[in-house]
Design a protein around this ligand. Structure first.
Ligand SMILES: Nc1ncnc2c1ncn2[C@@H]1O[C@H](COP(=O)(O)OP(=O)(O)OP(=O)(O)O)[C@@H](O)[C@H]1O
Length: 783
């Protein structure tokens, strides 16, 4: 926030000259700052030490009031470089923006720009871990930080080692719920287990357990309490153990290791006191997204160094209704909800309900959707509901936010039922043209659930840029560029060793994801590479769609003989039908690799160089990716609902609201059904959460770890709740127009849909909230 210029002029004219005058002047200025805050925000500014929880609605001005409260605390408690306020955020861009706000406020108060630091949690952990390397065991000169994905070599390695050391359990998994011993089926199951199911389990379990502070030994111990046939939690513990060993032997660490290293430093009393003495208090933003380990770190830091029994100076601000990462990352809003409940019991809980972002009708629609979605769940306990019952209110007349609760555009809320997805595009295109053509200072976004929808929209709406000079920015395109090195690497590995079933499968996945071959069970093709690639006349004639895949693969293989290897990368780029800037990225990649291997150029060296690029994640695509690029005026941004969190636009379009995607159904890949009606990864996640929740509440004696089917059902419910919250986040991004639609017909599945090829569209059911909203807001239903 900034003081208005009149006030500032009179301030400067009346600058205090004595200490006494200065303190009276500062008091007045601080009071003015407090007065600029809304009722709920004021609580934050009036914080005077101890624990405090603030639950805010979307657009309530969380970061804004956090910055103001921080400046007030710095001034009031005369903080300096040896006694600091620590503000923790989740992204670097949020950290940079809060930092600038606080600096500006301090400038207006004529105070030095010190007394605070704003950091991401991982940045903070790294600082602490680095302050005492012997204790933390973290020597950044020797270790490399990696972000293991499902396909990462450490995850793969952990799976291979676990299989080698646990032949009996592995055999049980191959047996599944039933098995007739047929050899081809055995090989198929092995391939699915090795390349899909176990890597997924390892990836999920490592993240979930590690970020909850559980060690492999702990999981092993808890697995004794489970009675399921496969021993899922024991397998999970084994994979986690292998992962840890491999990471250590290769001098790699992940982000959780950084937090664990910081916690090791803080475990040593003199170091803990040193840090606690330097930290006056911790303010946390986006607290609904913390993992237990992260919460532990900031709680320790916020404790009083002289008397640990005094309450910690810890303020946590968040919005549990915007928790949208809890089903695929270890973030779990239950911890923030518990913290809120604890603070409520102590009388230091506050809510921020007023928000000036959206027109009144949009706020009404979001509130209505929230209540309706909660009613779908028949839950006894309020904390188990998908949403905290917190309605958004408009701000008061004299609110300082410029254009607070703006006038709506059109109906403000508009609900459409287009004939099909192409009609949807036409409607959006027409509306965007009218809205942005003569109005370059406004912005718009289409929010999608899946990247493939975004790509389709970008292709279909490209004419807006060509013919109407409206920039169309598809955010997913940048992500696609980041995948290019990995896609090329997989094809090169296939070219180098085509007879490896893993290499063949990985290459087929790339080709399938690029939409160049029909979707099919790739395990069946990859089990016997030799037979598939070079069938003998004795084999039965392959079906046409399989024959097409074979030709594709053989073409790629022929390139190894026909082309010098330094031309292979551009060739593969063409084969994968990259276009425009994707091709530019491929070219850049090719040049970089060739440069790296000059003088010892060969296919294995090309592969090694690419492996390095992929695992160090240092290769940047041709286009850069920044938050403010997403909200440029005059632009139509196409972005996923997940990425839209924290952002807003004048006009927000949410098309393709179909029931099969939102809320959708928990999905078990066909290839893995031999294990039963659940996935191992989700079952293990739900089991680990049951353990951690129990530990957190100190009720470990009553611990009941759910059986697989129950755990799977629980995971399904959490997923549905999260999908609804995702829609709520999407709806609350709109300032003046919220445009929603569900086409009557659409593709069977988006991930196999290609907009440029003829496809059979089918009848689609709308997401259930849409007809309900239409009944509640009949004026908004557009004919
Ligand atoms: N008291 C206030 N005075 C002036 N402007 C305010 C005030 N409170 C909030 N705002 C403005 O409201 C807007 C929304 O604030 P902010 O982006 O911090 O909200 P948020 O709570 O983080 O939203 P969300 O969680 O939905 O992303 C900002 O432009 C901010 O400057």
């Amino acid at each position: 926030m900034s003081l208005d210029s009149d006030r500032l002029a009179s301030t400067v004219a009346n600058l205090p000259s004595t200490d006494l005058e200065h303190s009276a002047w500062l008091k007045l200025k601080l009071q003015q700052l407090r007065n600029s805050l809304r009722p709920g925000q004021e609580n934050l500014a009036n914080w005077n030490g101890g624990l405090m929880a603030v639950s805010a609605v979307p657009g309530a001005g969380k970061s804004h009031s956090l910055a103001v409260a921080a400046a007030i605390a710095i001034a009031k408690h005369q903080l300096h470089s040896r006694k600091q306020l620590v503000i923790v955020t989740y992204t670097r861009s949020a950290a940079a923006s809060i930092k600038t706000k606080i600096r500006n406020l301090l400038k207006e108060l004529y105070l030095p720009p010190g007394g605070f630091i704003v950091q991401t949690l991982h940045g903070l952990a790294l600082n602490i871990a680095n302050s005492q390397r012997e204790l933390s065991g973290l020597n950044l000169d020797r270790v490399t930080i990696v972000v293991p994905t499902v396909g990462h070599r450490v995850i793969k390695g952990a799976v291979d080692k676990w299989i080698a050391e646990n032949p009996r359990r592995y055999a049980m998994l191959i047996e599944g719920i039933q098995f007739d011993g047929e050899e081809t089926e055995r090989l198929r199951r092995q391939s699915v287990l090795r390349t899909e199911i176990l890597p997924n389990l390892a990836y999920t379990v490592v993240r979930e357990a590690k970020s909850s502070g559980l060690l492999p030994e702990d999981l092993q111990k808890f697995s004794q309490l489970t009675t399921d046939e496969y021993g899922i939690l024991e397998i999970a513990a084994g994979l986690y153990q292998q992962y840890q060993q491999l990471m250590r032997s290769r001098n790699l660490i992940d982000y959780d290791d950084m937090i664990l290293a910081a916690l090791r430093v803080l475990k040593y009393e003199p170091m803990r006191q040193l840090w606690q003495n330097q930290v006056f208090a911790v303010f946390e933003d986006e607290a609904q997204d913390s993992s237990p380990l992260q919460a532990q770190l900031i709680s320790i830091l916020a404790e009083n160094d002289l008397d640990p029994d005094l309450p910690a100076n810890l303020v946590r601000v968040g919005d549990p209704n915007q928790a949208i990462n809890s089903t695929f990352t270890p973030a779990d809003p239950i911890y923030f909800n518990w913290f809120c409940r604890h603070c409520e019991q102590q009388g230091n809980f506050a809510t921020m309900n007023q928000a000036g972002r959206s027109s009144e009708i949009i706020i009404k629609a979001a509130n209505f959707a929230l209540q309706w979605m909660n009613r779908q769940e028949n839950k006894q306990n309020n904390l188990d509901l998908p949403f905290r019952l917190q309605n958004i209110a408009t701000v008061s007349q004299n609110d300082p936010q410029p254009e607070a609760n703006p006038e709506p555009e059109g109906k403000g809320l508009e609900i459409y039922q287009p004939d099909d997805i192409y009609h949807t595009v036409t409607l959006i295109g027409e509306r965007v043209k009218k809205l942005l053509e003569g109005n370059q200072e406004r912005n718009a976004a289409i929010l999608v659930r899946e990247n493939r929808q975004g790509r389709f929209l970008a292709e279909q709406l490209a004419y807006l840029q060509r013919e109407h000079q409206i920039r169309v920015y598809e955010v997913g395109e940048v992500d696609r560029h980041c995948q290019i090195p990995e896609e090329i690497l997989k094809l090169l590995q296939f070219i180098y060793r085509p007879h490896s079933p893993d290499n063949l499968k990985a290459a087929l996945e790339v080709i399938e994801q690029r939409g160049l071959i029909a979707t099919q069970d790739l395990n069946a093709l990859a089990t016997f590479p030799e037979q598939f690639l070079y069938p003998t006349p004795l084999q039965p004639q392959a079906k046409p769609h399989i024959e097409q895949v074979r030709r594709y693969c053989c073409n790629i293989l022929r390139a190894r003989i026909e082309l010098p290897h330094y031309q292979l990368i551009p060739f593969l780029g063409m084969t994968l039908k990259y276009t425009g800037s994707e091709l530019a990225t491929v070219q850049k990649l090719s040049e970089r690799v060739n440069q790296q291997i000059t003088g010892h150029s060969s296919l294995p060296n090309t592969i090694r160089a690419l492996e390095e690029i992929v695992s160090s994640e240092k290769f940047e695509a041709v286009e850069e990716d920044h938050d403010d690029q997403y909200t440029r005026s005059g632009q139509l941004t196409i972005i996923t609902m997940h990425k839209a969190k924290g952002l807003d636009w004048d006009y927000v379009f949410i098309p393709f609201l179909h029931e099969d995607i939102l809320p959708g159904q928990p999905w078990i890949p066909t290839s893995g059904r031999f294990l039963g009606n659940y996935t191992l990864a989700e079952v293990a996640r739900a089991q680990i959460r049951a353990i951690v929740h129990n530990q957190y509440q100190g009720e470990i004696e009553s611990l009941l770890i759910p059986q697989p089917l129950e755990a799977w059902r629980e995971a399904g419910k959490l997923k549905q709740a999260e999908e609804f919250r995702l829609l709520y986040v999407a709806m609350t991004r709109a300032k003046r127009l919220l445009w929603m639609s569900a086409a009557a017909i659409g593709p069977f599945r988006w991930n196999t849909f290609r907009g440029d090829k003829p496809t059979n569209l089918q009848t689609k059911k709308p997401c259930p909230i849409l007809p309900t909203l239409a009944r509640q807001f009949p004026e908004s239903v557009m004919k």
